[in-house]
Design a protein around this ligand. Sequence first.
Ligand SMILES: Cc1cc2nc3c(=O)[nH]c(=O)nc-3n(C[C@H](O)[C@H](O)[C@H](O)COP(=O)(O)O)c2cc1C
Ligand code: SF4
Length: 453
Amino acid sequence: MQSSPGGTTPRTPRGTAGEKASVPAVLTPVLTANWDQADSFTLDGYKRTGGYSAVPKALAMAPDDVIAAVKAAGLRGRGGAGFGTGMKWSFIPQGDGKPHYLTVNADESEPGTCKDIPLMMANPHVLIEGAIIACFAIRASHAFIYVRGEALHVVRRLQLAVAEAYAAGYLGEDIGGSGFGLDLVVHPGAGAYICGEETALLTSLEGYRGLPRNRPPFPAVEGLYASPTVINNVESIASVPSIINNGAEWFNSLGTEKSSGFGIFSLSGHVTNPGQFEAPLGITLRELIGLAGGMRAGHRLKFWTPGGSSTPLLTDAHLDIPLDFEGVGAAGSMLGTRALQIFDETTCVLRAALRWTEFYQHESCGKCTPCREGSYWMVRTIERLENGDGTDADLETVLDVGSNIIGRAFCALGDAVPVPITSAIKYFRDEIIQHQKEGGCPFNPAASTAWAE
Ligand SMILES: Cc1cc2nc3c(=O)[nH]c(=O)nc-3n(C[C@H](O)[C@H](O)[C@H](O)COP(=O)(O)O)c2cc1C
Ligand code: SF4
């Protein structure tokens, strides 16, 4: 069964609410558990399934104990880099006399990444509940959810949920008579991938053009309005209520040794049933493709991204690697946002790499030369290779330009520019050279479309 809004088969959380017969045992639906309920996005719907029960528990704890629980759970940031969430919270200086801020990064713009938007559409209150607990822990009384500008439907849904939470006394002054108060603002960006980079996000939130800032000082010391700020991904914050409710040990018992817990894996592309699958970290792509009904009929896996376009491509040789931070790293890529874009043998890897590089060129903010100029020249050269007009020298040039961007760019967007093409050359050099030999692309682009026979 597919459900709105994310095309996801809803599943019951393992270890929290018992097993549903229809839930494959390998899945651990927590954040996605109630996506099949028609009113899952309302306050009533959320409360009916136990929502907001973690708030009084957390507010009865000492803030440092909340941080300790998140640390003990081993929750690592779900926005890509996998930094310890509890550790990040503990960096906020205490007794400094400055206001503290939480900024939820809901900018989700990486090609392939599609977990936060469905989560906020189906279950915005779990994010609000997580934000309340996080702010209590870091002693913040203001929080912002910075949402991708184009996702107006998400902005509206969040605004409605925030209004409901204020009306019910979960936001505002003196929450539940605890003495703790929180104001939460939903802020739509103007639609730029760079504004998902945490320092560019803060600059944009302050009302300036979204350009990355130098670090140090780090946001924990000088973030929003030069005050201590925690920036966390939507899924990281949304995972917190389940840790408070079920305990750090429960969360830690899921996943693998250094990659605790569960995560939303988003399968897109050439699988029979694309969608979100919430599973313990460490699940394999082979298992996930099985859950997605297999590759589209009559085709086989050629290449895939483990965590969006910024993570190096992998191939069918990597079907059984554990999808956790360590397993994907050992295979030469990154877990990233678990955005599994699946491509079968009908796809030209060079064309795919060209599209991704065009995206990076378009989204480069232009602040630094290696990324601004390098992304432009990489697109021009890959275009030549794809058209069949390229030379051996072009192939070497593209690698050379790429190696001159990595490590020399001002922010991680620049480091991502060469990722698709360099990993494509690593695994499919012969196919790329075939373009030269045949004077054009040997693939029929129509064959890789969703409507192709
Ligand atoms: C160009 C670029 C775009 C990014 N976009 C996002 C995004 O949309 N959402 C997100 O959570 N993190 C994004 N990140 C990562 C953030 O900078 C940051 O690491 C993350 O929000 C931290 O949250 P976490 O610790 O909970 O993972 C992006 C990074 C870069 C370089
Ligand atoms: S690496 Fe690219 S996106 Fe980042 S600051 Fe430089 S030009 Fe801007």
